[in-house]
Design a binder for this molecule. Structure first.
Ligand SMILES: [Zn+2]
Length: 103
């Protein structure tokens, strides 16, 4: 390995790791995952049994940092209900006004 990769994130499980990997790859950033191989045999381990490291090349680090920041904030950002246009706080999964799900 000629390039020294840097770990930028530790995902709680394979699912999160792969969704982040997909997000970064969609903007042409090469991503490596570590830790997931332990759970590679399907059904052998629960998906959340191991933390998965996300690694990128050093030249991408600034861009990746911004993307990850957006990712983490997105979960807590206020959202507007598509049904009734009510503003809801980010931690709520359902509109308090009409019960519609977070888009
Ligand atoms: Zn609503």
């Amino acid at each position: 390995m000629s390039t020294q990769w840097i770990q930028v994130y530790s995902a709680a499980n394979n699912l999160e790791a792969h969704s982040l990997k997909g997000m970064l790859e969609s903007v042409c950033i090469a991503v490596r995952l570590t830790g997931e191989s332990l759970g590679s045999a399907v059904g052998e381990l629960p998906a959340n049994a191991v933390e998965v490291g996300l690694w990128v090349e050093p030249e991408c680090i600034a861009q990746v940092g911004r993307l990850l920041q957006d990712y983490e904030q997105a979960e807590y950002r206020d959202w507007i209900c598509t049904q009734c246009n009510e503003t809801n706080e980010g931690q709520f999964e359902i509109c308090w006004q009409c019960g519609c799900e977070k888009p």
